[in-house]
Design a protein around this ligand. Sequence first.
Ligand code: HEM
Length: 505
Amino acid sequence: MDSMEELSLGARWAGLAFFAFSMCVTALGVILLVVRRWPWCGCHVCRAYLTGSWRKEFTNLGDWYADLLRRSPTGTVHVHVLGCTVTANPANVEYMLKTRFENFPKGKPFAEILGDLLGGGIFNVDGDAWRHQRKMASLELGSVAVRSYAYKIIAGEVTSRLMPVLADAADSGKVLDLQDVFRRFAFDTICKISFGLDPGCLDKEMPVSELADAFDAASRLSAMRGAAASPLMWRMKRFLNVGSERELRKAIRIVDQLAAAMIRERQKLGVGNSLDLLSRFMASTGAGGEDDDKFLRDIVVSFLLAGRDTVSSALTTLFMLLSRHGDVAAAMRAEVAAGGGVTSYEKLKRMHYTHAVLYENMRLFPPVQFDSKFCAAADVLPDGTYVAGGERVMYHPYAMGRMPRIWGADFAAFTPERWLTGGPDASFAPANLYKFPVFQAGLRVCLGKELAITEMKAVAVAVVKAFDIEVVGDNGRSGGAPRFVPGLTASVSGGLPVRVKRVKS
Ligand code: HEM
C-alpha cells in the first residue's frame, strides 16, 4: 500500500468515525429532547390528567381544575406533565397581567399553536407588533363613529334576522338549537362590523357558510394542539401532513381564500367613508397594496375569532340559566317595562339589573374558560409559587368563578344581586378585575368588551321581552354542569335545543 492509499484509507476512517460520532450526538439530543418533553410523572394530578380518570367524577376538565384549586391552600396547582402552573388566585393574576406583564407574554409556544390560523394578528403577538395593533385597534373601537355604526348593525340584525327566526319557531312549535342561532347571529354581526360584508348565516333558510364552518374547524383543531400533553405529537403530524393536522391545513386554506376574497372586495369598493374595521385599518395605515394583505388578513381573522364565539357562548349559557330561573327573566322584563319598553343605546346602558345578569352568567360560564401565559424568566408568584423560566402559567376564570374564597359560600348559586348595590334602584357594582378576569385584565384587557356588552344586552332585552325560552332535554337543565366541547371558546356539547313561546302580555 503506497502512502497515498494509506492517506485516503485514513481519511475514510476519520470520516466514518466523525459520521458515527455525529449520529451518536444527534441520537443523544433526540433522547434528551424526548425525555425533557415527553410526559412522565406519577403524581395523582398528572396521572388523572394523562389517564382521563378525572372524568369519573367531573363533567368538564374545568370542573376538575376548579375542585383542585378549591382544595389548594394557595389557589394554585402545578400540572407537571404539561409544565403548567394553574392558578385561581387573584393576586397571581394581577401580578401576571399587570405588575410583571413583560415577564408573562403569550410566548413562542402559544404563538406556534395558533400561528397557522392567526398569523401575526393581535391575539398572537407580543412586543412591538402587539403594541402597534393594540394602539390602532383601540383607537378605532373607542371612536364614537365606530361604536354607533356597530350599534346600528347589532340592532338591525336583532330586528331583521334574530327575532323573525325566533317568532317562526314560536309559531311552528319546532325545537331550535339556540346555540347555533346565536353563532350565526354573532358571525353575521362581527363580519359586518369587521369587513362591512354580510355572510347571511342567519337568513331564514339557515344556509351553510363555508367560512363559518372552516373557522369552526380551524379553531377546534388549533385548540387540540394546546391540549396535547406533548407538542411533539402535533408537530410530527403537521410535518407528515396527516390526521387532524391535515384537516387543520385544509380549514386554514379555506379561511385564507375567503379572507383574501373579502379584502379584495373591500379594496375594489374603496374605503371611502366606510366605518367597518377593515376599511378603518386600511385608511389609518395606508394599507391597500398586495404586500399589506397578509397583515390585514391576520388582524381581521383575530377579530372574527374574538367577536364571534365569545358572544354566542355567553348568550347560550345566559338563556340556559334564564330557562331555569324564571324569576330573573321576569325581573329583566320589569326593568325593560320601567324604561318605557323601547330600547336604545342609551337606554341599554342604564339597565343595571340586566347588566348584573350578564356578569353573573359570565362568572359561572366565562366564554374563555382559561388563558395561558409564558413565564419568560424564572419568577415567584405572590402566593409563593415558583415558576421556572419557559413554563406556562394558566389563570382560570371558570375555576375562579367557583371559588368560595372569592364569591362566598353561595358561589354555585346564580344570584345577579351580588353585582348590585343600593336597594331598589340598585346600580351595577363591578368586581375587582383580577377576581373576574373574564375579559382578561391589565394591559391586554379585551378591546371589544363594551361592544360585546352592548351586543349581548341588545339580544337579551329583545328576546326576554318577547319570548320565554325553555330548554328541551337535560343538557344544562338538570342543575348539573353542562358539558362543554374543548376549544378556544366554550361551546355546549350537543347545542342548546329550546322551545320558544311568546310572552303573554
Ligand atoms: C363576551 C364577549 C367577549 C369576551 C368574554 C372576551 C374575552 C376576551 C379575552 C379573555 C381576551 C384575552 C385573550 C388573550 O389574550 O388570550 C380578549 C382579547 C381581545 N378581545 Fe375580547 N372578548 C369578547 C368579545 C370581544 C369582541 C366582540 C371583540 C371585537 C369586536 C373583542 C376583541 C378583542 C381583542 C381585539 C382582543 C385582543 C386584545 C389584546 O391582545 O391586546 N372581544 N377578549
